[in-house]
Design a protein around this ligand. Structure first.
Ligand SMILES: [Zn+2]
Length: 360
């Protein structure tokens, strides 16, 4: 069996940017800097300070286009700064980094990630989530490599708006429950086994450090909880994602929580702008644990959601059980649960939703 496992490197902490010059100079001098709406201007001063004696030549910031779309990548490909660059720096949130990663693969230039929020694992994964021009999800685009290195500047991340960390916690613990359930009963090869085993940290670390990390983010100061949570969200989840999708089949990277998320985004009138991906996935995990009969884990996650003010009932997402009833069948048909160890039925879902609502 041949595996090509490319795991992203990372540097973390207050001095993370101090190593940018040494690591990136190996790839040339000219850097195209791709940025999002807000984060870059927070990162700029740290980067300037770290690179003041560097030979790296950074371009004017290039806006990524507003979403990770094939159209935006085609536009970026034609820009002189990209054509002339030796490498690409992606400074921003997940969509900025996803755009830069696929762009880098298309123009064959190395990519380095500079996350400005601790909300997702894009800085260390080899997949870009593609959207259309209207902002609707299109597909995951699997890449050959993750960014060469992610520079995780925790003091910068602690200054980001708290909602990103908050939602990121939910998407991160989902990784464990979805991967471990998807893999149940299967004979696992080396990368799959490794991925599923380390996924446990995605839940353990978030449940242990999540609340402390939120407090740190509120105070805009890094503490140990914040660093642990940020590394779990950005690095651990990414490594799981890389290891469990190497062969693309079976897909352990998703499950019932994401099947519920994707279904909720199709409910007419549901305001996706108001609710972040991870927030909805955090709710989906509660249903997943009830359907799977994991009482003790359900209680842990439910109590965590309550404390963290993540959703614990449909009303938290401005939905109700009558509306949900019309979408239970759609959930059972989602590709995310194709590899569940047992068939998830409408009745199982209904029972879980009713049970959860009755608790509130
Ligand atoms: Zn997710």
């Amino acid at each position: 069996m041949t595996y090509n496992v490319n795991i992203s490197n990372y540097r973390v902490g207050l001095t993370a940017y101090d190593q940018v010059d040494a690591i990136c100079s190996e790839y040339g001098k000219k850097v195209a800097v791709i940025i999002g709406n807000h984060g870059y201007y927070q990162a700029e001063s740290y980067l300037e300070e770290a690179l003041k004696d560097s030979r790296l030549n950074l371009s004017q910031p290039i806006y990524y286009g507003g979403n990770c779309t094939y159209e935006n990548i085609e536009k970026l490909k034609l820009m002189t700064a990209i054509i002339e660059a030796d490498m690409i720096f992606a400074v921003g949130g997940g969509r900025v980094v996803d755009t830069a990663k696929l762009l880098g693969e298309k123009v064959k230039k190395p990519v380095f990630a500079f996350p400005t929020i601790a909300s997702n694992c894009s800085p260390c994964t080899s997949v870009s989530i593609m959207y259309d021009e209207n902002g609707a999800f299109v597909r995951p685009e699997f890449l050959k490599d993750p960014p060469i290195c992610a520079f995780i500047h925790t003091p910068l991340l602690a200054k980001a708006p708290i909602k990103y960390l908050w939602a990121g916690l939910g998407d991160t613990y989902a990784k464990y429950y979805e991967a471990s359930i998807s893999a149940r009963g299967d004979e696992l090869d080396h990368p799959l086994s490794l991925g599923v085993h380390i996924s446990e940290q995605c839940a353990e670390s978030v449940l242990k450090h999540g609340l402390g990390a939120l407090r740190a983010n509120e105070e805009r100061e890094v503490n140990d909880d914040f660093e642990q949570a940020a590394l779990t969200i950005i690095v651990t989840t990414a490594w799981v994602s890389i290891l469990v999708t190497l062969s693309h089949t079976p897909d352990y990277n998703s499950g019932l929580a994401h099947a519920i998320y994707y279904t909720l985004t199709t409910v007419p009138g549901f305001d996706e702008e108001k609710h972040l991906h991870g927030e909805m996935v955090a709710f989906g995990v509660l249903i997943l644990l009830l359907v799977d009969g994991q009482q003790a884990e359900f209680k842990r996650v439910y109590d965590f959601n309550k404390e963290a003010k993540l959703p614990c009932r449909l009303a938290d997402l401005e939905l109700d059980i009558q509306t949900m009833e019309n979408y239970l069948e759609a959930v059972t048909k989602m590709g995310d649960i194709r590899h569940n160890p047992y068939q998830i039925t409408v009745e199982m879902l209904r029972e879980a939703f009713v049970k959860l609502e009755a608790m509130n």
